[in-house]
Design a protein around this ligand. Sequence first.
Ligand code: A2P
Length: 263
Amino acid sequence: MNQEVPKALRGVALLKVRNIHHWTDRTFSFNCERPQSFRFRSGEFAMIGLIVDDKPLLRAYSIASPSWDEELEFYSIKVEDGPLTSRLQHLQEGDEIVMRPKPVGTLVHDALLPGKRLFLFSTGTGIAPFASVIRDPETYEKFDHVILTQTCREAKELDYGKHLVETIANDELLSELVGDKLTHIATTTREETEHMGRMTDWIRDGRLAAAVGGDLDPKTDRVMICGSMAMLQDHKKICEDLGFVEGSNSEPGDFVIEKAFVD
Ligand code: A2P
């Protein structure tokens, strides 16, 4: 019998979906099985998606789970007319997604020089790669203080990040490793909450420095940034004006950026 792999499935792995959680009407997360041979570095992304009309429809998704985890986790936006997310949001437990098992990305330790504080700036689903980075022991071996920030329009959108940080606090092994090294700052811009405003404004007006005990400084600090194009540009400018140098896998530096998934 001819056992040839169908064309649509060449070069991709089929992964069974295990848990789906709808956080808001615009965001959801899901876990799926991890192929045994699939290796990645915390903070990387992979192309994932569905078979549509006998063809893989793939988009770049940050892997939200850490590299040691036996499952893969993804955190996604839902776009009503988005080619992939309009379909992906209807995933049910037991369904299968496809993944091209070639992880890549710049939000990784290899792209940063050693430092004392690690700032992880995100907006919206841009928190996904940092969900991986803050659960990786290597992060706490390399840095004394890790500051994760997430800015969203509304309070409910911060729930995924809050739950994530609670999960770390409730995990025996991770909480011991992390100790008091992780600071989480969650802000909103369009709904009244305890902390309001864009993080770019917090940096400029000193609110961030007050919260973490000192201004951003390229001598001691390293930065990872993930969000919309406009957010990346604004954060990048702030970093460059302060003397931070952008890093890459081939040439590590003081800060790295990556666009969050959009449709
Ligand atoms: P704002 O409500 O002031 O636009 P979006 O859904 O448009 O990607 O925005 C997600 C969050 O990121 C919002 O809280 C938004 O604030 C904030 N944001 C948008 N653009 C920027 C930017 N250039 N710099 C910093 N934060 C931004």
